[in-house]
Design a protein around this ligand. Structure first.
Ligand code: MLT
Length: 391
């Protein structure tokens, strides 16, 4: 019998299995063995997609015009709705023809952008801890990721001055993500301006991943990168309907910014996928045109849950301040544990699934992340269980 010549491409050997796929596998194993696991591991809103959006999908799904190949670059109406949303929310002007490209969720854009913009051997600057796809996307493109540590003493912002000149010279692309996953940190105008200047001076494309821009509390309004003067000359911003409208399963996002860079991503993507089901695009248009009321209501829910988590963990000895944005809590693990050890301990002892910080990079060691995207009763039960946790 002949064996196959290769078990897998060498490039796949460079990247670990996807963090959340692995976590999901572990949780499913526990559930199969009869344990009632409460999952706070992934940032996946439990609140339903607003009805008005679902209704548009239902109607559009029944319309045969939407059953054929969609336009490769997204419906003009969707690109227009995205540009209008930027205008209304950030007072930023985007040309819907050239500066906006819908994607199959923002992960699609994020994972593919290095293939479109970066050559093998180039450096991609990525935050650590950070969303894992910044690094794996770079590796798949044959690029060299260079991680920028995020540290509590710098408010979880990268220290741009610490990037060596020879690294900055070889860097083609920098990733930033504020409000931040996993640390829940936010970036102010001063930092974003500094980042724009840094990248402009060195000819680096600045990619800002902003899916949490609408998940913010107490009147805080996160910035778009394009509110910073000059950002559009060097920048791309990635967005998604997933977190804003509870639409993680729908896979609808976009990349926007400098037209020639957007065009290159479009050129790549038209060779890879065949666009987004048009019924989903019509639902996305409805989402963007419908105002912020539902998102603000969801944020009230998250804020209440954040207070519950902070109160519970603080009563157990943590010192947690609820974050200004995102549905994540980022907290140090207790003495005597590393992050995987603590996450395993919590799962094994009380059946609560949290994410080990090291899953987001070496600088996430010593921390864990939990997401307040579980229904109220389940989160309350998880907090009760945490109170029973033996150290
Ligand atoms: C997370 O939990 O970090 C995110 O939900 C993952 C994602 O957005 O793909």
């Amino acid at each position: 019998m002949r064996t196959t010549k290769a078990a897998g491409a060498r490039r796949l050997g460079l990247i670990p299995p996807y963090l959340f796929a692995e976590i999901d596998r572990k949780v499913q194993e526990k559930k199969r063995s009869g344990i009632d696991v409460i999952s706070l591991g992934i940032g996946d809103p439990d609140l339903p997609t607003p009805k008005r959006i679902v209704s548009v999908l239902q109607e559009a799904a029944a319309d045969a015009d939407n059953h054929r190949y969609p336009s490769y670059f997204g419906l003009a109406e969707l690109r227009g709705a995205i540009a209008n949303w930027y205008r209304d929310r950030f007072d930023v002007r985007l040309d819907p023809q050239t500066e906006v490209l819908p994607t199959l969720g923002s992960k699609d854009g994020i994972s593919h952008v290095p293939l479109a913009l970066v050559d093998p051997g180039d450096i991609v600057l990525a935050p650590d801890p950070g969303y894992t796809v910044y690094v794996t996307g770079a590796l798949m493109a044959g690029a060299e990721p260079y991680t920028m540590p995020l540290k509590p003493e710098n408010d979880w912002l990268p220290d741009l001055d610490a990037i060596p000149d020879e690294v900055a010279q070889r860097a083609r692309l920098m990733w930033l993500n504020y409000p931040n996953n996993p640390t829940a940190a936010v970036a102010d105008r001063k930092f974003l301006t500094r980042a724009v200047d840094f990248c402009r001076e060195r000819g680096i494309v600045l990619c800002h991943d902003a899916p949490y821009s609408e998940i913010a509390f107490d009147g805080y309004r996160p910035l778009s990168l394009f509110e910073i003067p000059g950002a559009k000359e060097i920048g791309l911003e990635f967005h998604s309907l997933s977190k804003t409208f509870n639409m993680t399963g729908w896979r609808l996002g976009w990349v926007c910014g400098r037209a020639d860079l957007v065009a290159l991503i479009g050129q790549l993507k038209t060779n890879i996928d065949s666009g987004i089901f048009q019924a989903v695009q019509w639902a996305g248009i409805e989402a963007l045109n419908g105002g912020e009321e539902e998102t603000r209501a969801a944020c009230e829910v998250y804020a209440r849950r954040h207070r519950l988590v902070a109160d519970t963990l603080n009563s157990l000895g943590w010192k947690i301040t609820p974050p200004r944005a995102t549905f994540y809590v980022w907290a140090p693990v207790p003495d005597g544990y590393d992050s995987i050890g603590f996450a395993s301990h919590v799962l094994d002892e009380v059946g609560v699934n949290i994410t080990p910080g090291v899953g987001f990079g070496a600088h996430g060691e010593g921390y864990f992340r939990l997401s307040v995207t579980a229904p109220d009763a389940r989160l309350a039960e998880a907090m009760k269980r945490m109170e029973k946790l033996r150290h």
